[in-house]
Design a protein around this ligand. Structure first.
Ligand SMILES: Cc1cc2nc3c(=O)[nH]c(=O)nc-3n(C[C@H](O)[C@H](O)[C@H](O)COP(=O)(O)OP(=O)(O)OC[C@H]3O[C@@H](n4cnc5c(N)ncnc54)[C@H](O)[C@@H]3O)c2cc1C
Length: 429
């Protein structure tokens, strides 16, 4: 499949040493399907533990969400931790909190350990901007709970004027600042993980879809168009792209692929840029069809989910640009130079899923659009799981993939939900 054009693809450092399509018979300790953060982090963990992994991707390293995302490295989940405390108890919520922070630390450690060139990782904080008073009240209440029940004193509530000064937008009534959050160049990060694997002698084959996988003897066998892999274990790391080819069939119905899109402005003049995103963090807003933005160079990158279907549409990108110019009227004359999108994997309970299909095969997926940090951690934990460890993965641990009921009607259902959320946002609820 074609490589998606994006600002990241245009600015990433080249990656040498990836093998072309796999041909003939290959052997490995662990076969990994998917060369995004999950698969790459798992392979690194396995190599560190002295095993011989082999990675294949139907397309290439970082071709999926890992090379196209917004680069916001966050401790957050789609579910709120106070909500988890109410539904599953405070101990479970505290463990989820710890895992969120461990995930961000994992990215920091991987970038540092492998000296990932061009990752441009900065622990700059995330400012969540409230679009109305009700949302601000809920953000403020959540910050209080984080302080009192989780002992997190780092979150700060910002006033309307502080939020306006920092973002350069009058659209918000206040916000909460989470310092333990960062930004990264997503494709350079993926390529850097791959470079570290290649340096360790781990083979990565691109243009190699896994057509089928089955148990054979004491291990597994993976079939590809021109070859096969015999391995002791298998990891499926296909996330929002799990319906690309047959081998991910057992996990396909666990996730609903949801298109997420980004646009980038042209480099802005220094005077204008100096008034926008002044602390150079990442920013997100509280509307249900959430938009987010961050700087890269002198550009604004602006993203969101919306009425995107199976593929990109000019109308959907135009809606995203309108949203950017509504929040930042000062960008009226600024050209948008890049538009791209990719698939995130939503789950029914908004929580990632990590588990084993049987004693030979594991899976990790369903990051609900916040997977840079969590996929980096869960890839490694899925590798541990395969080797017989029992890591405490809190709500993310599952005995089997939790499939979505009525999967066949997922696309109209996604459009229906998106439309309903847009309506609620429009009427300010
Ligand atoms: C536009 C966009 C913006 C986002 N912004 C953010 C953000 O700012 N912060 C954040 O934390 N998260 C963000 N995300 C989510 C984040 O990118 C993902 O959660 C994360 O990259 C998932 O990594 P992964 O390795 O599990 O999956 P992916 O990176 O999607 O990789 C899956 C790979 O599997 C391969 N594959 C699938 N089936 C097969 C098969 N049968 N055989 C071989 N290969 C196969 C695909 O080719 C693909 O390369 C965003 C996502 C998108 C799309």
């Amino acid at each position: 499949m074609a490589w998606p054009s994006s600002l990241w693809a245009e600015t990433a450092l080249p990656l040498a040493g990836v093998s072309p399509a796999l041909e003939g018979e290959h052997r490995a300790d662990v076969a990994i399907i998917g060369a995004g953060y999950t698969g790459l982090a798992a392979a690194l963990r396995l190599a560190e533990r002295g095993l011989r992994p082999l990675v294949i991707d139907a397309n290439g390293v970082g071709w999926g969400a890992s090379g196209r995302n917004g680069g916001v490295v966050s401790t957050k989940y789609r579910v709120s931790l106070p909500g988890v405390a109410r539904s599953h108890g405070i101990d479970m919520a505290r463990r989820m909190y710890e895992l969120g922070h461990e995930a961000v630390e994992t990215v920091e450690r991987l970038v540092e350990t492998h000296a990932i060139e061009g990752a441009d990782f900065r622990l700059c904080g995330n400012l969540r901007c409230a679009h109305n008073e009700v949302s601000l009240a809920s953000l403020t209440a959540e910050a209080a709970i984080m302080r009192e029940q989780f002992g997190d004193r780092s979150i700060r509530v910002l006033s309307r004027s502080e939020t306006a000064d920092e973002t350069g937008s009058q659209d918000f009534v206040g916000g909460t600042l989470t310092p333990h959050s960062g930004t990264i160049h997503p494709l350079n990060y993926a390529r850097g993980l791959a470079r570290a694997l290649i340096a360790k002698g781990v083979p990565i084959f691109e243009a190699t879809p896994a057509l089928a996988a089955r148990r054979e003897g004491e291990g597994v066998r993976v079939e590809t168009p021109s070859g096969s892999i015999t391995a002791g274990h298998l990891l499926i790391a296909t996330n929002g792209y799990s319906d690309l080819a047959g081998a991910s069939e057992p996990v396909r119905r666990a996730v609903i692929p949801f298109r997420s899109a980004m646009v980038a402005s042209e480099p802005l003049g220094d005077n204008l840029f100096a008034t926008l995103m002044t602390e150079r963090r990442s920013y997100s807003e509280t509307r249900r069809m959430m938009r987010w933005f961050r700087p890269f160079g002198n550009r604004m990158i602006f993203g969101g989910r919306g009425a995107f279907g199976k593929s990109d549409s000019a109308a959907a990108f135009a809606a995203l640009e309108r949203a950017m110019r509504r929040i930042f009227p000062q960008l009226e004359g600024a050209a948008v130079t890049h538009r791209w999108s990719g698939l995130v994997a939503m789950t029914l309970d908004s929580t990632p899923q990590v588990g084993r299909l049987d004693e030979r095969t594991a899976f990790a997926l369903g990051y609900n659009g916040t997977g840079i940090a969590m996929a980096s951690l869960m890839g490694a934990r899925a590798a541990d799981l395969l080797l017989g460890d029992k890591p405490d993965l809190a709500l993310m641990a599952t005995a089997r993939p939790k499939t979505v009921p009525f999967y066949a009607v997922r696309e109209p259902a996604v459009r229906l939900v998106a439309g309903w959320y847009q309506f609620l946002d429009a009427i300010g609820r």
